[in-house]
Design a protein around this ligand. Structure first.
Ligand SMILES: Nc1ncnc2c1ncn2[C@@H]1O[C@H](COP(=O)(O)OP(=O)(O)OP(=O)(O)O)[C@@H](O)[C@H]1O
Length: 362
């Protein structure tokens, strides 16, 4: 593999536990990996370890077979020797240098004509060929971030690391930039590791998506698999909108308050759960509004999201669900509507342990 991170552990001085715990992942050449997870889960720490800005105390990081860091061998290659490019959220363009001088900054080893050609190539790659002579303050936030990207790509790093590069930009710009970024990285055939807490961004950019929770990598897979076949309960709850409802696994089907769900053949065998009792992940897009459905649900809450409403629903037995319903079905809070389940991918988990009674906790 082009990049391989093997059982990496990282602990900050004075901390009581590892910020990164036994993380293993690999990236093929030209692939874009995205790390996503809640604040403080260790995404940035892992990226900094790959960059060489933090030392690892366990495991190994290799790039094209060469060890960048190896805890057992006490090996730690300095950041500047790693041929790794960095783009962080604060653009950090040199304010007193023009756009072209910013991009040329890491190219001092090239002859002037080669340097000029490379700067032109990079600026045209990020769509800013016309802005070469401008100063950073004459650019929008999105344009500045493109220059930062051109500057990081100019020395042709083997690996590009990006830490929430769009976090200070507004939502619309983020969305268009994340699509552009993917196209730019693919055009430059750059292998990249990208950190974000934004799921839409992760799915738009990543060939592989990794979900980190409390320093551990819970899943490392294609985005489609992370969404439809979450490996752990945490991933299932963190990605997308969904709820867990009680179910009973019966062969290839799961019985729930919304009726029988088919397509459970990829779930564990019923014997994996005592009595077949489990919990089923029902995502907002698995619950369909249908006036003719026998099951009625009361709308508890609704959020308008443009093309659809996200309804929070309650069944007569108290089960809570979330449903994404096309926004021309504009119902009132308190109204009862017909719903049915339509889940192509049925995912089950062991029932969460009920909270211990007060007396047991004392
Ligand atoms: N320099 C540091 N010294 C000590 N602890 C640190 C340091 N940097 C991060 N941490 C701790 O390590 C853990 C992981 O932090 P990290 O910044 O990697 O998380 P993150 O997932 O990138 O979070 P965010 O999305 O908020 O940026 C946190 O508990 C954080 O408080």
């Amino acid at each position: 593999m082009f990049l391989s991170i093997e059982s990496v552990g990282l602990r900050y001085a004075g901390a009581s536990q590892d910020a990164v715990q036994g993380v293993t992942l690999s990236l093929a050449k030209g692939d874009i990996g995205v790390l996503i997870g809640p604040s403080g889960c260790g995404k940035t720490s892992l990226l900094r370890a790959v960059a060489g800005l933090e030392r690892i105390h366990q495991g190994r990081i290799r790039l094209q077979g060469e060890a960048l860091a190896d805890a057992a061998a006490e090996q730690h290659l300095a950041p500047e020797s790693r041929r790794v490019g960095l783009v962080f959220q604060d653009f950090a363009l040199f304010p007193h240098l023009s756009v072209q001088a910013n991009v040329a900054f890491g190219l001092r080893h090239l002859a002037p004509n080669e340097r000029k050609a490379r700067v032109e190539e990079m600026l045209s790659l990020v769509g800013l060929g016309h802005a070469a002579k401008r100063m950073p303050h004459q650019l929008s936030g999105g344009q500045q971030q493109r220059v930062a990207l051109a500057r990081a790509l100019a020395p042709a790093p083997q690996l590009l690391l990006l830490d929430e590069p769009f976090s200070s930009l507004d939502v619309d710009l983020r969305e268009s930039l994340s699509q552009d970024l993917r196209a730019i990285l693919k055009a430059a055939q750059t292998t990249a590791l990208f950190v974000t807490h934004d799921q839409a961004e992760a799915f738009a950019i990543g060939d592989r998506v990794g979900v980190i929770h409390q320093g551990r990598l819970e899943q490392w897979d294609e985005a489609y698999t992370v969404y439809h076949r979450p490996a752990t309960r945490f991933v299932a709850g963190f990605i997308g909108h969904g709820v867990f409802v009680p179910g009973t696994l019966e062969g290839n089907q799961v019985r729930t308050a919304l009726g029988l769900l088919e397509n459970a053949q990829d779930c564990p065998l019923p014997g994996a759960y005592p009595g077949g009792h489990c919990e089923v992940l029902l995502r907002a897009d698995d619950v369909v509004h249908d006036d003719h459905a026998p099951t009625q649900a009361r709308i508890e809450h609704k959020v308008f999201r443009g093309a659809e409403f996200l309804y929070t629903l309650q069944l007569t037995d108290g089960t809570r669900l979330i449903a994404a319903v096309p926004s021309h079905h504009d119902h009132h809070v308190g109204e009862w509507i017909g719903i049915r389940a339509q889940a192509d991918h049925v995912v089950t988990f062991a029932t969460a342990a009920p909270p211990a009674p007060e007396s047991a906790r004392a």
